[in-house]
Design a protein around this ligand. Sequence first.
Ligand SMILES: *[C@@H]1O[C@H](CO)[C@@H](O)[C@H](O)[C@H]1NC(C)=O
Ligand SMILES: *[C@@H]1O[C@H](CO)[C@@H](O)[C@H](O)[C@H]1NC(C)=O
Ligand SMILES: *[C@@H]1O[C@H](CO)[C@@H](O)[C@H](O)[C@H]1NC(C)=O
Ligand SMILES: CC(=O)N[C@H]1CO[C@H](CO)[C@@H](O)[C@@H]1O
Length: 829
Amino acid sequence: MIPTWLSLLCLFIAQVFPEAQPADLYVEVPENYGGNFPLYLTKLPLPPEETEGEIVLSGNPGVAAEGPFAVDPESGFLLVTRALDREEQAEYRLQVTLETEDGHVLWGAQPVLVRVKDENDQVPRFSQSIYTFQLSQGTRPGIPFLFLEASDEDEPGTANSDLRFYILNQAPAWPSPDMFQLQPRLGALALSPEGSTSLDRAAGGPYQLLVQVKDMGDQASGHQATATVHVSIVENTWVPLDPVHLAENLKVPYPHHFAQVHWSGGDVHYHLESQPPGPFDVDAEGKLYVTEELDREAQAEFLLQVQARNARAEDYTEPLELRVVVTDENDNAPVCPLRDSPISVPELSPPGTEVTQLLAEDMDAPGSPNSHVVYQLLSPEPEEGAEGRAFELDFTSGSVTLGDAPLRAGQNILLRVMAADRGGAEGSLSSTCEVAVTITDINDHAPEFATSQIEPVSLPEDAEPGTLVATLMATDADLEPAFRLMDFAIEAGDVEGTFGLDWEPNSSHVQLRLLKNLSYEAASSYKLVVVVRNVAELVGPGSGPGATATVTVLVERLVLPPKLGQESYEASVPVNTPAGSLLLTIQPSDPISSPVRFSLVNDSEGWLCIKEVSGEVHTARPLQGAQPGDMYTVLVEAQYEDEPTLSTSASLVIRFLKAPSARAPALNPVPTRHLCTPRQDHGVVISGPSEDPDLADGHGPYSFALGPNPTVQRDWHLQALNGSHAYLTLALHWVEPREHVVPVVVSHNARMWQLQLRVVVCRCNVEGQCMRKVGRMKGMPTKLSAVGILVGTLMAIGIFLILIFTHLTLARKKDLDQPVDSVPLKAAV
Ligand SMILES: *[C@@H]1O[C@H](CO)[C@@H](O)[C@H](O)[C@H]1NC(C)=O
Ligand SMILES: *[C@@H]1O[C@H](CO)[C@@H](O)[C@H](O)[C@H]1NC(C)=O
Ligand SMILES: *[C@@H]1O[C@H](CO)[C@@H](O)[C@H](O)[C@H]1NC(C)=O
Ligand SMILES: CC(=O)N[C@H]1CO[C@H](CO)[C@@H](O)[C@@H]1O
């Protein structure tokens, strides 16, 4: 016997848990052990020294007694007394102690875990022996509609309880023997693909399926059980639904039921999805609900999808679609778009010009009366007495156009328009739209001068370039500053560019200025045509006559009074100066100016006279009453011959000197000179100093003049040679041959005196010299008289010859009366 339990001991002791302290003892016992009992399980690790005491076996504290276990006191082995059933109790927890009789624990307690090792002694069982199910046509293949359930009481997780399901038989086996499929592990029953298609074509059934459940997994052995499944086929009620119309803002209790779906198959779970997400729900019976008020303007339409699902949330078939249309209610008034800037309309735009189109938006359903907007112009009202309105409004389109009443540039107008929906009918909603309109200026006015004829302007000839001639002002009736900018130009009358215009860019004043020197001789007047234009292009008819202005400029001639060589003149005169003596000559400073006439202003004594043209001042009469040392002042006036109003004057101071010594120059005849007539190129040299001993001490320069006697001045010509000599010649071709006394006034240093030149004028001989009567010329050279005799003889011969020639000429005249060809050619010689 001993060897048997020893071998068993080796078989069943698995291990001693090392971590248990004292270590747990673990023992496995096969279920339904079919051998002898008691069955020794394991030797308890009793202390060898403790021989006394009693081994006590007990269950866990508070747990039942040790049951079928015991300890062999002799050997210290734990033993079981009968077969164990795992399904009754799978494990036992025991304690072993060594106690004295009085209950004192000597050793332990030693825990012992006894597990019953499972044996496949249980048969699987279906949850129901008969299953019934309604299967709808249209169920997709592979979607489980029925989950078979079976149980096996053997230890879970072991092959003993690992179940497999199989279809053993299908009746009827028509139209296909494999209408269904069963997932072996899960027991999920579904249509096979061919089953699904044949079911859709024709409703078959009902079907009876014999199904089996078997343990031991995929092994061939094992316990098994069977059950029957009755499958009835029903018509598919999963048909599309018509769209549903739901009114917005609907006042009903929510959730509000509005539609129903139905999946005729069994074990259905409905599921709803909304696109876009909306307040919709479905209950277990397939009733569809809306859970709150809808707003068409937020979402006008929803697409609902309802799914019929099995317990595993798999769709039996395609989802059912349902369109939900939210019907409109007139809950929105038309709204005009906001405009941030006014609308600009150019002035003078013709009636009918479109100003704007009001496009009021109504959020209500497009195309419905709720969004049918009409318009009404509230303001501006037509003005009192005006012909028509300034604006016209088309009440359907909202188009605003210009009316007949004119508008002015610069006007700002606020249009107020009522927009109403429902075509303005009862129950309509309305709002007021405002549109600001600005009438903009266009360049329709040409600038014009304030006056087109400027008073003639006189300018002195010496006006300096830059002189302001006139300022013209122009106006422009336009408002826009850019349209008022002006450009000026001289259009006519100023070919030479003598004048110019000057203006600020944005000013309406233009200054006409002189640019060049004027000249009365070149142009005595100008007629300038100034024109003004807009810088910007003009709209409409062009410039009128006001765009030009005429400026007449008269040039004032500038004439200066004549200017004399000196500002004052002086002369010193002996008191016994005879009448006709030249005192001095007054001359203009510019000898080539226009002719000047001289006169004396206040010669109260009448002593002086002045040559009107030459300016020579002479004594007019003997200076009776003048005292040496006195001064006599007269004013000499000079004026232009052709402009007598312009005159100038200078003072002439005469200083009187005492008369020179008694010897009057006139009493000292100067040696006689000879000149022959007709006039030859000869003259007489007069020496001032030497011909008057009184002058010998003085040193030139002397000036010479003929005496005032008109006959003398007509017959004689006196020409100054240098400071001391003059040259006297005949002025006429023929002067009576006799002795002439020529008065010559010599002046020096304001002194003057008169020489009486004796000049004998005789007839000229052939040599251009004086012919003299012999005998009268005493003391003349004999050569001269010989020549006279010779000339006389020659003249006598000449007269004789003249007589002969005269006679010959007369005789020839008679011959010439005869015919020409009868006369011999050389007859005359
Ligand atoms: C003219 O224009 C200038 C600059 O463009 C400006 O400063 C001035 O004020 C303007 N004058 C008038 C009269 O508009
Ligand atoms: C204009 O006149 C002034 C003064 O008379 C003179 O100085 C200037 O040279 C003249 N200019 C011309 C271009 O003749
Ligand atoms: C002539 O007029 C001038 C200037 O007025 C004066 O100085 C002078 O004495 C006057 N002469 C006579 C003779 O009256
Ligand atoms: C100073 C001088 O030159 N005197 C002369 C003026 O002219 C006469 C005639 O020709 C001369 O004889 C002088 O010598």
